[in-house]
Write a protein of this length. Structure first.
Length: 154
């Protein structure tokens, strides 16, 4: 399936389906899961970023396990809105996944998501080691929550 806009995703989801949020980093992919009412995003796990086929196979398993109806993929734009290497990598990941899967996906602006996730973890008094272990999935939850909030507002 092609990459959709957020308002289009609402029309193709079945009742009770969840969304899976992805924060695509160079070394890890943070994952977050919505509830079935598409209201709350919760950090799920972190997956090591490796070969695309391995990551896609793991995503397929999560889609089946959690009743996922769509993916929300963070698009790391530069602060001026331009696309850099990370944004190009995220777009390539999304295009490659859309070619092999029928699950709809949406790319959303994720500027500052990791900064916000680090601040939240600092305020929670997380140790440096704990922050390093959780920041990607917290960032994924932040990205997914923003998309859920936008979907409700549409």
């Amino acid at each position: 399936m092609a990459v959709l806009e957020l308002n289009e995703l609402k029309t193709v989801l079945n009742p009770g389906q969840r969304l899976l949020g992805l924060d695509l980093g160079e070394k890890a992919i943070g994952l977050a899961l919505s509830d079935t009412s598409l209201t709350v995003a919760t950090p799920l796990t972190i997956m090591a970023r490796g070969k695309f086929s391995d990551n896609a196979t793991r995503l397929d398993a999560l889609v089946a396990e959690h009743g996922i109806g769509g993916l929300i993929i963070g698009l790391p734009l530069n602060m001026d809105g331009s696309s850099g290497r990370s944004a190009q990598s995220a777009r390539a990941f999304a295009q490659n996944f859309s070619r092999r899967s029928s699950i709809p996906l949406v790319m959303v602006d994720e500027r500052l998501s990791t900064v916000v996730a680090n601040r939240v973890l600092l305020e929670a008094d997380s140790s440096r080691k704990k922050r390093a272990e959780t920041v990607d999935k917290v960032a994924a939850a932040y990205i997914l929550q923003g998309a859920l909030d936008q979907m409700r507002a549409c």
